[in-house]
Design a protein around this ligand. Structure first.
Ligand code: CO
Ligand code: ZN
Length: 331
């Protein structure tokens, strides 16, 4: 994993529907290293590596977007009122530093105290404005704020940042496209999808257009390795990449699950079996495209998902990359 490219992706502004800056970083990385690089009407960035014509067409999706807070209005004292873009946990956003597409900085407050049960409607963004007019001149209605990018290394192997979901997967997919050797049997369509966090809206149309023989999503998954973690899961940081069996969006296709598990075993890549009682990924949308597409997920275990402290273990990231590369070359 190239850490410089990874950290650039983590710093990119890109809430759902506004993936442009993240796309630009990926385009710069991949230009000249793939056979084609296009952006569709929804904002999916599609990077294609042609095969030799004897293999399959494999779509690999990693979502470029992440969660945010959209400006609904400002009150007479200049506090911005917001709604959620994606699965924002209100308590997780309170007291966070946030930034807009124009670089306007703010901090998130909550009406009264930020109790655990605080709702999005009780949050506001303080951008230092003193009136409604002043506030809306800085951040118009519809502007989207995201947690201000920053990266912390935790110990030797771990890294924490907002937007880890799913920029870590964008980084893995970009590295895989750069590392794939010439003379590939399979055709690989890497899709950096738009609007996953608001209901996997980008992946479906991309899969429809690309007609893949198999689909893989790369995304983060929850872990059960923190104090009193809920739901109780055996997934842990440092245990390897996770091979998803099912979540709320998809029962992964058994042949794809077997392919991933067998490839991992053959290549001695550490993996964990994953059943996630909540959540979903682009695999759900890909699987239901056209007449149906066999689909699966390589997950990267992540603590504190949908907070500004999303934390992954770099050994799991490397395992996910190794598994993806092995599958693309041998499937
Ligand atoms: Co997410
Ligand atoms: Zn995600």
């Amino acid at each position: 994993m190239n850490m410089e490219r990874f950290e650039r992706l983590l710093a990119g502004y890109g809430p759902s529907g506004r993936e442009g800056p993240v796309r630009a970083i990926l385009e710069e990385t991949l230009a000249g290293h793939v056979d084609s690089l296009t952006t569709d009407a929804l904002g999916n960035l599609i990077a294609l590596r042609k095969g030799d014509g004897t293999g399959r067409r494999i779509l690999v999706a990693a979502h470029a977007d992440h969660i945010g807070l959209a400006v609904v209005d400002a009150d007479e004292n200049g506090f911005l009122r917001v709604c959620a873009v994606g699965g924002v946990r209100a308590a997780g956003m309170a007291a966070q530093h946030v930034v807009s597409s124009r670089g306007v900085c703010g901090v998130v407050g909550a009406d009264g105290d930020a109790k655990p049960e605080v709702k999005i409607e009780q949050l506001y963004i303080d951008i230092g404005a003193g009136s409604r007019e002043e506030a809306l001149a800085q951040a118009e209605i519809g502007e989207i704020f995201v947690a201000r990018p920053r990266v912390s290394r935790l110990g030797e192997h771990r890294i924490a940042s907002p937007a880890m979901d799913d920029r870590v997967a964008c980084a893995v997919l970009a590295e895989a496209m750069l590392a794939l050797p010439a003379g590939l049997k399979n055709e690989v369509a890497a899709v950096f999808t738009a609007q996953e966090e608001v209901g996997t809206r980008g992946a479906g149309p991309a899969a429809y257009a690309l007609r893949p023989d198999m689909g893989l999503a790369l995304d983060v998954t929850l872990t059960g390795d923190t104090p009193q973690a809920r739901p109780k899961l055996p997934i842990r940081l440092g245990g390897g990449a996770a091979v998803k069996i099912m979540d709320r969006s998809a029962i992964c296709s058994p042949q794809v699950v077997s392919l991933l598990l067998e490839t991992a075993q053959r290549e001695q890549i550490p993996v964990q079996r994953e059943v996630l009682p909540a959540g979903g990924t682009d695999a759900g949308a890909i699987q239901r495209s056209r007449g149906g597409v066999p689909a699966g997920v390589i997950s990267i275990p992540c603590r504190y998902v949908h907070s500004a402290a999303e934390t992954v273990d770099l050994r799991d990231v490397e395992a996910a990359l190794a598994l993806l590369l092995a599958v693309l070359q041998t499937a």
